[in-house]
Design a protein around this ligand. Sequence first.
Ligand code: DX5
Ligand code: ZN
Length: 228
Amino acid sequence: MKKFFLAPSILSADFARLGEDTKKVIDAGADLIHFDVMDNHYVPNLTMGPMILESLRNYRIQAPIDVHLMVKPVDSLIPLFAKAGATFITFHPEATLHIERTLHLIKDHGCKAGLAINPATPLNVLEYILEKLDLILLMSVNPGFSNQSFLSSTFKKIREVRKIIDSNFSDILLEVDGGIKLENIGDIAFSGANVFVIGSGLFKYTNYELIIKKIRKELEYVHSRFIH
Ligand code: DX5
Ligand code: ZN
């Protein structure tokens, strides 16, 4: 029986009180922290680097941290994020010259490795590297900004990736990122995802505990009807 994991994207948190806000969502019941790294090159936005991740660890954030690299090139940042305390490091295949080498680099630095698939990126990129992956991140918006609308074409892709994972008897996590909220999380779970990134759909509320409770209820309903 698999669990569903909630991964708040702190891109939507209050940056003036990042440690406090991060701690609050964990205390409210989130499972891991989604940490969006943007470089104003691979995507047209600029966010956080390894120093900020390290500060969160020093602030005693002990939950797994899921680093989503939207940067190009990728490799030089991997040792820095690993040292700063990343648990997962996920990158986009378009952003590195040698996908397989980058996956090894992540593992050699003691982290779990993920590959992020943009809305227009086909799934065949997974074919020869599946057994090297701990996580597949399906983008349900184009990367770069929070608070965008969920692209409905993602549902088909989630089902396809779920099929690939299950037919390989694998336990790779299937994470979906972008435009997730209380209203659509049930359908996303039902399609086969088990890790849910949620930015604006969580941080726009003041009572994190209440909204997480409602989200869990949605997920429990899916779980009771359909176990992946
Ligand atoms: C987009 C980021 C997402 C984003 C999610 O490039 O990768 O993680 O912050 O934010 P919401 O949930 O608001 O779409
Ligand atoms: Zn992300």
